[in-house]
Design a protein around this ligand. Sequence first.
Ligand code: DGL
Length: 272
Amino acid sequence: MDERPIGVFDSGIGGLTVVKALRDLLPDEKIFYLGDTARVPYGGKSAITVERYSLEIADMLIEENAKIVVVACNTASSLALPKLEKHLPVAVTGVIRPGARAAVAATRNDHIGVIGTRATIKSGAYERELRALNPDIRISVRACPLLVPLIEEAWLDDELTDRVIVRYLEPLVREGIDTLVLGCTHYPLLIDALSRALGERVKLVDSARNCATAVQELLDRQQLRAPLGTSGGLEIALTDAPDNFLRVAREALQLEIGEVQLREVLHGAAKL
Ligand code: DGL
């Protein structure tokens, strides 16, 4: 039993989709969420920069007494997980493995699509995880860099967003995928638009929900669950002042968000 908070970080606000899934699944747990809004987006940055940012932000969660660290960002999970696992004094879980596992369980024709930021797709992280689970799986990937700005603009139910989705996904559907991994923590906010575009043909795998299940398993394995009957809660800190996207996410996710704290990045705390 452990009353310390679960530390969750993302490049910005998108990781709140993971927080929503965690709050639903583990209501007794305290969550400390840190969004690196001063340096978002990570999705177009180089691997070395994403690694450095992730280590700095994760160190800040350790300062907040986190009992485990959840990397609620596909880009950081793709590029920084090995370094985080090596560097941090607590267990770390990302979004890639849980999403890959759920996709392999969901596919019927063994052909999976993955969408994400440029950095996530370029890293090949999903392909590696999927192939480790099933070497015969077919994988079609596509970077969708325009989706994050459309989501942050709150164009969740919008004709233009629908057209962008179709443009990105048409080749994957033509290639024959029956399952699509939403490999970016922003994308669950587009679940309705994606379902509209893909219909019944393609199953959507939401990495946020599967990550929450992995966190539950990790806490159980390490006997770190909060004592029964403790009241869980959510604290949010950002590295820069919140913008409009916080309101968008709060409304779309129906998350109760109290006062948002500001934290300065602890530069250079982490050694690569
Ligand atoms: N949260 C990031 C992810 O899941 C997307 C936003 C960014 O590019 O930083 O990949």
